[in-house]
Design a protein around this ligand. Sequence first.
Ligand SMILES: [Ca+2]
Ligand SMILES: [Ca+2]
Length: 409
Amino acid sequence: MDLLACFQLLLLSHLLTVNCSPGPLLDVVVDRYDIPKVCPREVEIEDFVRYHFNGTFFEDGKKFDSRAECRTMIPPQATLVFEVLMVDVFNPKDDVIVEAKEVPKGCTRTTVTGDYIRYHYNGTFQDGTLFDSSYQRNSTYNTYIGMGYVIQGMDKALQGLCIGEKRRVIIPPHLAYGEKGVGDFIPGSAVLVFDIHVIDFHNPKDPVNIKVTHKPQECNMRSEADDLIQYRYNCSLMDGTVLYTSDQFDSPSTTTLGANNVILGLEEGLRGMCVGERREVVIPPHFGHGENEAGGVPKSAVLFFELELVELQKGVPEDYMFVWVGDGPDPLFPAMDLDGDKQVPLEEFSLFIRLQVQGGKGRLRPGIDADSIIKDMFDNQDRNKDGKIVEDELTVTEDEVSKQARDEL
Ligand SMILES: [Ca+2]
Ligand SMILES: [Ca+2]
């Protein structure tokens, strides 16, 4: 027997036997005149259904009240016509039904308990009525998975998802809001249908993920803390939305590594690179902007960077203007006094420093005008401000010398 017919027969017999005089019933005629295109489930015995109906007399088409006044209004032998609109159906034995709608290719990782997910959704009842939508709020729904922060059915349905995946999820009321529902928002015993779209997910334990996509043949110098670098980048969300790109500016971005100028994940992604190297870097929010919104970055978003190191200048530690590469000359003054006249004016000092830099023996802080750095260094050494450094000015006390050597030379 047709399932709906079966249902309708149950309905009829219920009304007729409990409330009314049955009369001879030859057969039930069922006309399924409007069946939804998507029909994941038909009514079966022992299902729980919610439906609307109109009851009319077959003879004259007049409405009858099906319940309270049924006894007086429905005459014997009456043939009744029910127009039924099924609102939802489930069985207490039902589990969550998951239908994959769109699974991205090359998905290597799927959600597990403890992951934090950001997704968009439309929530409808089985008849298609929308009751909630993250799109309308223009903000993803964000939650940990499998930890009881969402209804039981959703906790189950959010498992095993790929980034970018679209999934339809049908949740029976005993795994949603039960017989009570939620105020005017969700009626009791409602089956909920969610169409979800995963924007991203991560685990709080995730590291920064670095993939080298191009490695130059020659690579004898790698970026590290204190270096001044130039790099090109594209920054996007995991769904491909581009947030920032260095191409929007005239020149690549410049930063000093280790100077806390960029988010931690980018700092890590930029380290150990050769000039010309390209990388793809996935940065979970705890190495990015965390739970805060920042510029165009939504809170708790995973970021995807494409990076290319364009230029690399080896740097000097914070607060230093110049460092020796290896050990400096010892003693220092005779080395500085290039013409041996026991005094070192600015020109001579400047020439000495530049010779060290050219010879790869010393390094000036990159990104700052060399003349002004050298002038500062000179002024610090020329303690009596007579325009020249003499040996005594380099050897004041042991402590001061070592401090000075550290700070300046
Ligand atoms: Ca001299
Ligand atoms: Ca002096």
